[in-house]
Structures are given as C-alpha cells and as structure tokens.
Design a protein around this ligand. Structure first.
Ligand SMILES: Nc1ncnc2c1ncn2[C@@H]1O[C@H](COP(=O)(O)OP(=O)(O)OP(=O)(O)O)[C@@H](O)[C@H]1O
Length: 294
C-alpha cells in the first residue's frame, strides 16, 4: 500500500456559526498530484491553510508528511506553499528575489544562482530577470510568486489556484513543471477553478461542497459516475443548442438522438461525447445544493 503524504479524518472547522468543513476525510498518496475542487466558498483555501498550519481546525486528525499538524515546525519543514513569499521585495529584481530566497533557504551562492536561472526560464521571466519587480504586470508577479515557492523542493507542495491569472502558455509550462515534480516524488496538492486543469493534471480529484467530500476518484471515475454519454445538438455556427446526458446503453443514446432529431433546426448537427469535468462538477455540486435545501 502506498504511504499517505496527507491524511485528514473527520476534519471540522467553523467560522462563527458557519460550518465550513463538516467532517472531511481525505487521503493523498505520496508522489501523487491531487486536485481539490469545489464551488466558491466551499472551504478549499481553508483546507490548504489547515494543512500548512496557518489555521487550526476545531476537530479531526490531520497528518502531513507523517507529522500531526500540531507539530507545526516539522510540518513547515516538509512543505512549500504558493503565496508563502507573497511579500516579494518590490525594489529588488526578479533574479535578486529568487537568489535571496535560495540563500535564506540554505542554498550556497552558486546553487542559488543556478536555481534562480532555472526558475526564470521555466516561468518565462528570463528576459525580465534584471527588472525591478515594481515594474511587473500582474501575470509576471504571479509567475514570480510561483517560482519563489519552488526555489527549494520540499516533499509536499501546496498550490492554491496556481494558474489563476496566467495565460495559456504559462499555464502549460506550470503544468509540465508540476508533472516533473511529481515524477521526482513530490506530492502536489492543488486547488483549482479550472476543471480542465484537474482533468489534465491530477491523479485523483476530490470535490467538496456543503462542508463535505461529495465525490472522489480519478477524472475517469468521476466522469463515469455521472454516467454514460452526453448528446449535444449544435447549430450551424457550432454553438450548443442543447446537451442531454443520455445514459450508457446504446438504446438510451439512440432514444435521445431520436428526440433531438425531431426538434433539430435545419443545418444543425449532433455529437455524442463523454461527460466533461464540467458536467461532473455541475452534477455533483447541484445535487449537493438541492439536498441541503431540503
Ligand atoms: N478567517 C475567516 N473568518 C471568517 N470566515 C472565513 C475565514 N476564512 C474563510 N472564511 C469563510 O469560510 C468559507 C470558505 O472559505 P474558503 O476561502 O476556504 O473557500 P474556497 O473554497 O477557497 O473559496 P474560493 O473558491 O472562492 O477561493 C467562506 O464562506 C469564507 O467566507
């Protein structure tokens, strides 16, 4: 059995009367990429804050890298966190910031220089390496922030919405880097609003809503959980007119197509596809909202 790098059992946290986490059980194998999904305000950042010892839970047992989270110093030595060095020094250049963090983290001068150059390259900041951070755009700062959290590789990396605000090219570069880290044995725990990101990157995904885990598994398992195929009707401009989950048997799919054909406008066409992560997310989180409204 694989060892768990992160383990939560019965994790609860309330802010005032608001039960944000209402008994979360999750286990993340070492060296895997784990994505936590959930609607806005579901408690994703709260979980990351608890796992990185910034917030104390009300109850439950939580272990990170083999340490109980009450052993704060041991946990902190095992983790990196995006935004950890959000206080980027504005007066320094990107390269100086990276080298400074390298030195503060115990790298030699030469090691810090090499690591800074590598990270500047990965995050497409080489051309701006010698510019002061105060002249940077929002996207450049975000990339530098991510680079700073990766100066020293710790066994566990927490990334809270790492690609929000990044363009497609930087997003792809970060995904490649995350995959590389996981291949080298780093456990990556990320939250994301981009369902494609979870689909592309994560070995396992958990969806939280209403303070609980409402689904857990690989992207394929989650997709098959909501069942079968989706039949979509598109107009001549390729815009979706209707989408219907059709079930998994050929008979069900044919029945759905027959229904659509009756109402399909001239020039439209029909596609059959597997459910996307978005279908899964909408199905799971809508179901949770409906149940909690009862
Ligand atoms: N320190 C705090 N005091 C009071 N309420 C808080 C505190 N931190 C978080 N909350 C509340 O807890 C809930 C969960 O917040 P959290 O930031 O963990 O959600 P999230 O899933 O990360 O959301 P988002 O997708 O919007 O980033 C929200 O309703 C938030 O307002």
């Amino acid at each position: 059995m694989m060892t768990a790098a992160i383990e939560m059992k019965g994790l609860r946290k309330a802010f005032g009367q608001h039960n944000v986490l209402d008994g979360i059980d999750l286990s993340v194998p070492a060296g895997s990429i784990f994505a936590l999904l959930g609607p806005n305000g579901a408690g994703k950042t709260t979980i990351i804050n608890i796992l990185s010892t910034l917030v104390t839970p009300d109850s439950g047992s939580v272990r990170v890298a083999g340490h109980d989270i009450t052993e704060k110093e041991s946990v902190k030595r095992s983790i990196s966190l995006t935004g950890q060095f959000a206080a980027v020094d504005e007066v320094l250049t990107a390269e100086e910031n990276l080298r400074m963090i390298g030195r503060l983290s115990g790298l030699t001068k030469a090691e810090a220089r090499i690591r800074a150059a590598e990270l500047l390259e990965i995050f497409d900041l080489t051309a701006s390496a010698r510019k002061r951070v105060k002249t940077f755009s929002g996207g450049m700062r975000r990339r530098l922030d991510l680079a700073l959290s990766l100066v020293v590789n710790r066994p566990i990396l927490f990334l809270d919405e790492p690609t929000t605000g990044l363009d497609a090219q930087s997003r792809r570069a970060l995904w490649d880097h995350i995959r590389q880290l996981a291949r080298n044995g780093v456990t990556v725990f990320l939250t994301t609003q981009y369902l494609e990101e979870a689909d592309q990157l994560a070995d396992a995904i958990a969806v939280i809503a209403g303070g609980r885990v409402v689904a857990e598994g690989t992207a394929d398992q989650l997709k098959s959980r909501i069942g079968g195929e989706v039949v979509e009707l598109r107009d001549q401009q390729d815009e979706i007119i209707r989408e219907i989950p059709a079930g998994s048997s050929i008979r069900e799919v044919k029945k759905t197509i027959d229904e659509l054909v009756l109402t399909a406008p001239e020039g439209s066409r029909i596609n059959i596809r597997r459910p996307s992560m978005e279908d899964v997310f909408v199905a799971l989180t809508t179901q949770e909202r409906e149940e909690s409204a009862i």
